[in-house]
Design a protein around this ligand. Structure first.
Ligand code: 13P
Length: 244
């Protein structure tokens, strides 16, 4: 169960969140809990979860180890904060910051080489869904952004399906729509990496997940977890998602 805080919360607000959140998920041993704050709050977050099972992730990672890449943050830098996960290829990165399947692949490889678990995001835009292109879009994103990984690398990633039309809109994909897309993704994984890999990979659903819809989403056997934006900013709301 992962939370993506996007561009919200200062370090002080991060510390306050965890003071409330930590005790609420103390007994949540049924899942991994990951929070991805802004880079500037990674140290505060990693510090606040010390001694708990909560894990911290970045929201993006540079493909290079270091160099003249103004504004980028590298794997070793993320590692130094205590974070162990990173999002890669979130639709907001694809939409506003020119992220492509190629850069998604490069960033994913960088994460893996610094022992950070990448949560690689895929998903179609509204016009693509309406044109009946969802399966094609997912196939292309996976074939170009994920399938070139080595099998050993693939085994260490998590995939998140986030239909762009469901992000921050209050329009959740119905559990059936989400499950259907997850089956498409798993079929692509099967074609690229085989049956065992397809059965083992964790696929999260993201897009307007809230305390009141998490149960029906998680009831779909195809959905292994959720990636939550807005509802992860409030400790009570995200804890009730974790403890669905
Ligand atoms: P919302 O939960 O706010 O729709 O955001 C989803 C998301 O983009 C998580 O990465």
């Amino acid at each position: 169960m992962a939370g993506n805080w996007k561009m919200y919360k200062t370090p002080a607000e991060t510390t306050q969140f965890f003071e409330k959140f930590r005790p609420l998920v103390e007994r949540a041993t049924h899942c991994e809990v990951v929070i991805c704050p802004a880079f500037t709050s990674l140290f505060a977050a990693a510090d606040a979860v010390k001694g708990s099972a909560i894990r911290i992730g970045a929201q993006n990672i540079a493909w290079a180890k270091e160099g003249a890449f103004t504004g980028e943050i590298s794997g070793p830098m993320i590692q130094s904060t205590g974070a162990t996960y990173t999002l890669v290829g979130h639709s907001e990165r694809r939409q506003y910051f020119g992220e492509t399947d190629k850069t998604v692949l490069d960033r994913t490889k960088a994460a893996l080489s610094y022992a950070l678990t990448p949560i690689v995001c895929v998903g179609e835009r509204l016009e693509e869904r309406e044109a009946g292109k969802t399966a094609d879009v997912l196939a292309t994103q996976i074939q170009n952004g994920i399938a070139p990984l080595l099998p050993g690398q693939f085994a260490a990633i998590v995939i998140a399906y986030e239909p762009v039309w469901a992000i921050g809109t209050g329009k959740t994909a119905t559990p059936e729509i989400a499950a259907d897309a997850h089956r498409t993704i798993r079929a692509q994984v099967l074609a690229a990496f085989g049956e065992e890999a397809a059965a083992a990979v964790r696929i999260l659903y993201g897009g307007s997940v809230k305390p009141d819809n998490v149960k029906t989403l998680m009831a779909q056997p195809e959905i292994d977890g959720v990636l939550v934006g807005g509802a992860s900013l409030d400790p009570v709301s995200f804890a009730s998602i974790v403890n669905f």
